[in-house]
Design a protein around this ligand. Sequence first.
Ligand code: CU
Length: 173
Amino acid sequence: MRGVTRQSLSIALAVGVTAGATAGCGSDEQTHTVTATDFAYAGIPETMSVGDQLELENESETEIHELVAFRLADDETRSIEELVALPPDELLGLVSPEPAAVLLAAPGGDMIAAVGDGTFAEPGRYGVICVIPTGADPDEYLAAAAESDGPPDVAGGPPHIVSGMFDEFTVEN
Ligand SMILES: [Cu+2]
């Protein structure tokens, strides 16, 4: 079941790899540094302004982490806790057709922007998830990612969301 979750999400995320976010044109954009640990995010603001940007730093010594951000429908009222507990196909449907951003960082490595650049141009509520397999080798993961159109299917345990690696934020005008 958990393996199915990871595979389904990988398929979903593969669709969005060529998408690019466009930076806003306002003058007050801020960059918010998000710190990833095993297994949580720190520094994701509850509310950001259109044009604000997230950047990812990884403080784990062993795990590669990612920040997959996807805009939720305007009529979506469920919390991110409820959404990540949904059956895999339903969570897949929320991330499709493409996430707004996919940022990756290996332990001690620089951020890699795989989808977008971490800038959010559209107001709304966003979910954030990390679906990297627990225990995946960072070098193997990045090498495989460079060869594929989306997150690779590498060996590992359940995706990090199972350990609580998810969050949400709102973007306002
Ligand atoms: Cu993670």
